[in-house]
Ligand binder design. Structure first.
Ligand SMILES: [Zn+2]
Length: 157
């Protein structure tokens, strides 16, 4: 599922609103700073994020059908993912992005983000394209992770 390419949202209805609210709940519960719909099993182009997730105040941003229209600079940030168990790694991404999309009411959005917010948006938009942050790390680090995961699975079974 995480490898599938999510479909554009064609109309925003009551189900979409329910999905957004439950995704926000999941994100703050984790806690994490972003979540893509595909991570909760719904492969549509919708993300929620809040880089201040840890602060206790809940103010989730919603972005539907996001598209990166400009990316510049570079930043290295240690990333983790609610869908990638027990692993974090440095990932290089663009330091500034412009993203367009629509909000939960269908109003057009133009977002300029930098640093952590830019990293978060790129990470979540990757999910919509079936890409995980581990795809951006070296094959060596990835194989270490795969071995670790295999051991964890063996312990569980
Ligand atoms: Zn993720």
């Amino acid at each position: 599922m995480l490898r599938s390419v999510s479909k554009p949202v064609e109309n925003i209805n009551g189900d979409t609103q329910k999905l957004i609210d439950s995704m926000a709940e999941t994100m703050y519960g984790a806690p994490g700073i972003g979540l893509a719909a595909v991570q909760v099993g719904v492969p549509i182009r919708l993300i929620v994020y809040d880089i201040h997730s840890g602060d206790g105040k809940r103010n989730p941003s919603v972005l539907i059908n996001p598209e990166i229209i400009l990316a510049e600079g570079s930043i290295v940030y240690s990333e983790a993912c609610l869908s990638v168990l027990d692993f974090s790694a440095d990932v290089e991404r663009s330091a500034r992005v412009k993203v367009k999309g629509v909000d939960r009411n269908g109003n057009p959005l133009d977002i300029e983000a930098e640093d952590l917010a830019a990293v978060c948006l790129q990470h979540e938009i990757d999910h919509l394209n079936g890409v995980l942050f581990i795809d951006h790390v070296s094959s060596l680090k990835r194989s270490i992770y795969k071995r670790k995961l295999k051991k964890m699975m063996e312990k569980r079974s």
